[in-house]
Design a protein around this ligand. Structure first.
Ligand SMILES: Cc1ncc(COP(=O)(O)O)c(C=O)c1O
Length: 388
């Protein structure tokens, strides 16, 4: 049994999440306040002990660890020649945007969505084309006619799919993915499937690898895979792209190399191999713990904050909370809560306009911290309501 209740002091570690005032509590950026598994720590310690940290290669064991993980966990058979090491999912996305689309073209995303997709598109001189997800009766779905209309625009050349979807925590099912794949193929749009959250699912639920759905999906896509979100090792910068179509592979391989993101740092390989070969039990216990945290939040909100709605989710440790009965301005709300209570949440507006009445809460922390966060949240919301 791993101990996820243990509170680790992260101050003084240059943590982005904890770069805050002393009395503040961060529940924003997507990293976890849990200790990394012993198996990964041991692998890193072994490497540290060598005392020389020069340039690195990508060994066969790295490929084998991805292949075995996806085969055993997700019933998807990856081939070695489909994989490319990359320092991160965001660097890969930016590289792919530059390589497979031209300046001025449109890249489709389904909003609300992980905000950094917008940067990868705009910073490279391409346009964001939003197909908003439909939010009805507290649940999300896809408006396929809107999606097709936008994919059929001749200027649309790439779709970035978030699978599972951050911030709404949805696992897309096989039929939905198949429809997306068919529409993209029909309109000559390449799919980039960002699968970084794929292992953080509710116990008993599994995600569907986009490329496993059909040959159409497989040969018209690029998947971004990584152990970083799952095993809390984002700072080690280790990920992969998986591309079964040789022509697309060659193109993206060139881009990843030209962009100088193909070379691993000294810990990137060891950490990924240890995670994928030895991290399974830790991960399953973590998923149970996150699910329990989710239930705590669900009960707390229905009991103490009934004016809010927690969107049901089967993936990620990021909760998406509808604050529409309190405000339409989540920037103001999150700023207010932070000032009043020190609780630092993500405002929903940054994920697209349709997120403006939502907040995102990161619940990957020990229960004691979660309860502190919820009490601050209640104080913030009730003070905000009284103020108006
Ligand atoms: C959907 C999604 N993609 C990518 C990333 C970041 O990936 P990386 O750290 O590998 O660049 C995140 C981090 O929150 C994310 O939520």
């Amino acid at each position: 049994m791993y101990n996820f209740d243990r509170i680790i002091n992260r101050s003084g570690t240059n943590s982005l999440k904890w770069d805050i005032k002393k009395e503040e509590l961060p529940m924003w950026v997507a990293d976890m306040d849990f200790e990394v598994s012993d198996e990964i720590v041991k692998a890193l310690e072994e490497r540290v002990k060598n005392h020389i940290y020069g340039y690195n290669i990508v060994p066969d064991e790295w490929y084998e660890s991805y292949i075995a993980w996806w085969k055993n966990r997700h019933q998807y058979e990856i081939k070695k020649e489909w994989l490319i090491f990359s320092t991160g999912v965001v660097p890969s996305i930016s590289s792919v945007v530059r390589r497979v689309t031209s300046p001025g073209e449109k890249v489709l995303v389904q909003t609300p969505v992980y905000n950094i997709f917008f940067n990868s598109i705009c910073n490279n001189g391409r346009y964001v084309l939003e197909s908003q997800l439909v939010y009805k009766d507290g649940k999300y779905s896809i408006d396929f006619s809107d999606l097709e209309k936008k994919l059929s625009d001749p200027q649309t050349t790439l779709m970035i799919l978030c699978n599972p979807h951050n911030p709404i925590g949805k696992i897309w099912d096989k039929d939905t993915l198949s429809k997306i794949g068919d529409l993209c193929y029909k309109h000559n749009v390449l799919v980039l499937s960002d699968e970084i959250h794929c292992d953080l699912t509710k116990p008993g639920c599994d995600y569907v690898p986009f490329q496993s759905v059909s040959d159409v999906c497989k040969y018209n896509s690029i998947a971004c895979l990584a152990p970083t979100k799952t095993f809390n090792i984002a700072g080690l910068q280790t990920s992969a792209v998986c591309i079964p179509n040789k022509k697309i592979y060659d193109k993206v391989y060139r881009g990843i190399n030209n962009d100088e993101i193909a070379e691993p740092n000294t810990f990137a390989i060891q950490a990924a191999i240890a995670a994928f070969t030895k991290g399974g039990i830790w991960l399953d216990e973590l998923r149970e713990y996150i699910e329990k945290n989710k239930l705590i939040v669900k009960e707390y909100i229905s009991r103490e904050l009934p004016m809010l709605h927690l969107v049901d989710s089967d993936a990620t440790y990021l909760l998406w909370i509808d604050c529409g009965k309190v405000t339409n301005n989540s920037i103001e709300l999150t700023d207010f809560i932070r000032k009043q209570t020190g609780l630092f949440l993500s405002n929903g507006s940054q994920y697209g306009d349709s997120g403006k009445k939502f907040i995102r809460m990161n619940i990957a922390c020990p229960k004691e911290i979660l309860i502190d966060g919820l009490n601050r949240f209640k104080l913030g919301i009730t003070s905000y309501e009284k103020r108006r």
